[in-house]
Design a protein around this ligand. Structure first.
Ligand SMILES: NC(=O)c1ccc[n+]([C@@H]2O[C@H](COP(=O)([O-])OP(=O)(O)OC[C@H]3O[C@@H](n4cnc5c(N)ncnc54)[C@H](O)[C@@H]3O)[C@@H](O)[C@H]2O)c1
Length: 300
């Protein structure tokens, strides 16, 4: 008996890295998994069907059930085909894990329009489009009187939550995904669908080139940065045990899971009337404290 017996899952960008781990774990818990991957380079160029197929083969070899989809998740019709393929293959859809992503890191002053557009497109539209078609399906099922079991897990990033220099496109998309998660959680609650997001840390081709510390796999002990460390939380969020967990964002790596709080009020001043610039300058310390209003340090 697995925690996800009989469930139907879609995992985007599941041909490699963290998404591959999600697909293998969901299948090992009994879900039938649509393994989506366009198979391009880390910067979003190219395409290759072999990555998704390899993961399907791995799942099948381990006794699970999976099928491959090679669509671009940020293509509107492609996202619809992906969702439809799962429903047509297995008669339902229960779990959507939005994970596919690319990188085009540059300081803002060196960033091209194409660097901006391609990263925003793959991450932000690539999360919204499959979610939108899954939401249409679940809403129709609910309106028809069926009991819906729906889960969306999105993939944000600490870069988006903290604002990492050199990643204006990626951080903006990932912060957008955290916000999108909360909107979708509110919109889909009444249809029996939960929506959460993770911000993972793991050693994949995406981080090997960017963060050197992620490269070491440790000697013999627990490999904290192994990409497969992320999947158990996805399995839990997709399971019946997490029916009441929604609108949450988790930062996780190794054996550590952090449930994040959202934007919150740090300090308040209220005059009860319109301020003047001079009055605000005089109240600066009340709003920012003795250290002033410097940009907060990165918290990771
Ligand atoms: N690795 C980390 O430490 C880390 C940190 C924060 C966030 N993330 C996020 O985790 C997710 C997975 O990243 P990863 O590290 O496993 O990277 P990865 O490059 O190993 O895997 C991403 C996969 O997505 C696929 N993909 C890219 N564009 C696609 C598209 N348009 N349609 C379908 N598939 C597409 C790629 O082919 C690739 O197999 C990404 O969203 C990434 O931003 C990773």
């Amino acid at each position: 008996m697995g925690a996800l017996d009989g469930k139907v899952a879609v995992v985007t960008g599941a041909g490699r890295g963290i998404g591959r781990g999600h697909a293998l774990l969901l299948a090992s818990e009994g879900a039938r998994v649509m393994v989506n991957d366009l198979g391009g380079e880390w910067d979003g160029t190219g395409a290759d069907t072999r990555h998704a197929q390899q993961v399907v083969d791995e799942v099948t070899k381990a006794g699970g059930e999976a099928a491959a989809n090679y669509d671009d998740v940020a293509d509107w019709e492609g996202a619809q085909r992906l969702v439809n393929q799962a429903i047509e293959t297995w008669g339902d859809l229960n779990i959507l894990v939005n994970n596919a992503g690319i990188l085009r890191d540059r300081m803002s002053f060196n960033m091209s329009e194409e660097d901006w557009d391609s990263v925003i497109r793959v991450h932000l539209k690539g999360h919204f489009a499959p979610s939108r078609f899954a939401a249409v399906y679940w809403r129709e099922r609910s309106k028809a009187g069926d009991e819906v079991y729906g889960r969306i897990v999105n993939t944000s990033s600490e870069s988006g939550l903290c604002g990492n220099a050199g990643q204006a496109n990626y951080a903006a998309a990932k912060a957008g995904i955290a916000s999108l998660t909360i909107v979708l959680a509110r919109e889909l609650e009444k249809y029996g669908v939960t929506v959460n997001a993770i911000a993972p840390r793991a050693r994949t081709r995406m981080t090997e080139g960017t963060f050197e510390g992620f490269g070491a796999s440790g000697e013999g002990g627990f490999d904290e940065m192994h990409p497969d460390n992320i999947a158990p939380l996805i399995g839990f969020l997709a399971s019946p045990a997490a029916t009441d967990v929604s609108g949450q964002v988790f930062v996780l790596w190794g054996g550590q899971i952090n449930r994040m709080g959202g934007w919150h009020t740090e300090a308040t001043i209220d005059k009860g009337d319109r301020w003047t610039v001079e009055e605000l300058a005089a109240k600066k310390a009340d709003l920012f404290g003795p250290d002033g209003g410097k940009i907060p340090a990165m918290s990771f």
